[in-house]
Design a protein around this ligand. Structure first.
Ligand code: NI
Length: 270
C-alpha cells in the first residue's frame, strides 16, 4: 500500500528538516516509516562549472535545498544528495567532476533498486541539472526491468519520477518575469539566485559580466569551451539576488510538493 498522504517520519512527530533526512535515521526508524509511507525523495545534482562567478556545486546545492524543503513540508524522507551528475560537456572547465552517462545510469539504477528492496515504491528524484534528464529516464527504465527480473515483491508497484525544480512552471514564469531572455540556459540567474539565498558567502563572487555567448548545440568539452568561453550560455547571473533565490525556493518547493503528493497518490498497477 502507498500512503495517500505522506506520514511524518515518526509517529506523533512534526516533520522538520532533520527528521526527514535519511542520513539521520536508524534502520528501525526507516522500517517504521515504511509502514506509513512508501515515498522517498532523492536529490540529484551535478558538480560542474557555472560561469566565472557561479559555484561549482550550484546544481547539487539547489537540488538538495529544494528536496529538503519539499521533505520538510510533506514529511517524506530525503536521501543523501547524488552530487555528481552527467557533466561531460563542462569538463573543459576546472573543478567540474562528471559521471559518464553509463556511470550515472548505473548509480541511479542501484539507488532505486536498493530503495525498492526495502519496500519504497515511489522514488521522487528532485533534479537540479538538465544534463541528467535523459540518463535518469534511462536509469528508471532499467530499474523497472531489474526489479521485475529479480522478482522483487513490489516490482509492479515501483514508480520513479523525475522532478526538475528549474522547469516547474511557477519557477520558469518568475525567471522570465525577472530576467527575460537574460535567464539564458546555463549559469542562469535563477539558479545562482537560489545559491545566494543558501550560501551568503557566494555574494562576494557576483560582478557584472560581458554579454554571454548564446545557447547553441552541445557537443564535447573542447567545443563547449570554444562556443562558451566563460562557461555561460546566454545568461546574466549578475541579475541574481538572494531575495530572488528565496522566492525561487518557495515556488519550487510548493510546486514539487504538489507533484509529490499526486505521485504518492497514484494507484499501483492493476
Ligand atoms: Ni546548473
Amino acid at each position: 500500500m502507498v500512503a495517500t498522504s505522506p506520514a511524518p517520519s515518526l509517529p506523533g512527530e512534526a516533520p522538520d528538516q532533520a527528521a526527514i533526512r535519511l542520513q539521520l535515521r536508524s534502520w528501525p526508524e526507516v522500517e517504521a516509516y515504511l509502514q506509513g509511507c512508501k515515498g522517498v525523495i532523492v536529490p540529484l545534482g551535478s558538480t560542474e562549472q557555472h560561469g566565472p562567478t557561479g559555484a561549482i556545486g550550484t546544481d547539487a546545492l539547489t537540488a538538495e535545498a529544494v528536496a529538503l524543503e519539499v521533505g520538510r513540508r510533506t514529511g517524506v524522507l530525503v536521501t543523501p544528495t547524488q552530487a555528481f551528475g552527467m557533466a561531460e560537456h563542462h569538463l573543459g572547465f576546472a573543478g567540474t567532476i562528471s559521471l559518464q552517462p553509463a556511470t550515472l545510469m548505473a548509480v541511479l539504477h542501484d539507488v532505486v533498486l536498493s530503495l525498492a528492496r526495502h519496500g519504497f515504491e515511489r522514488i521522487f528524484v528532485i533534479n537540479g541539472h538538465g544534463g541528467n534528464i535523459a540518463t535518469s529516464r534511462a536509469a528508471f527504465a532499467q530499474a523497472y526491468g531489474t526489479a521485475a527480473s529479480r522478482g522483487l515483491a513490489n516490482a509492479g508497484a515501483l514508480r520513479c519520477r523525475l522532478a526538475n525544480w528549474f522547469t516547474a512552471s511557477p519557477v520558469s514564469s518568475l525567471a522570465r518575469e525577472l530576467y527575460g531572455n537574460r535567464e539564458g540556459h546555463h549559469a542562469t540567474p535563477s539558479e545562482i539566485a537560489l545559491t545566494l539565498a543558501l550560501e551568503p558567502s557566494l555574494q562576494a563572487k557576483q560582478r557584472p559580466l560581458p554579454e554571454a555567448a548564446p545557447a547553441g548545440p552541445i557537443h564535447g568539452p573542447e567545443d563547449f569551451r570554444r562556443r562558451h568561453p566563460d562557461g555561460r550560455m546566454g545568461s546574466d547571473p549578475f541579475l541574481a539576488s538572494a531575495e530572488h533565490g528565496q522566492q525561487f525556493l518557495e515556488l519550487a518547493a510548493t510546486a514539487l510538493a504538489e507533484d509529490l503528493a499526486s505521485f504518492l497518490a497514484e494507484p499501483d498497477a492493476s
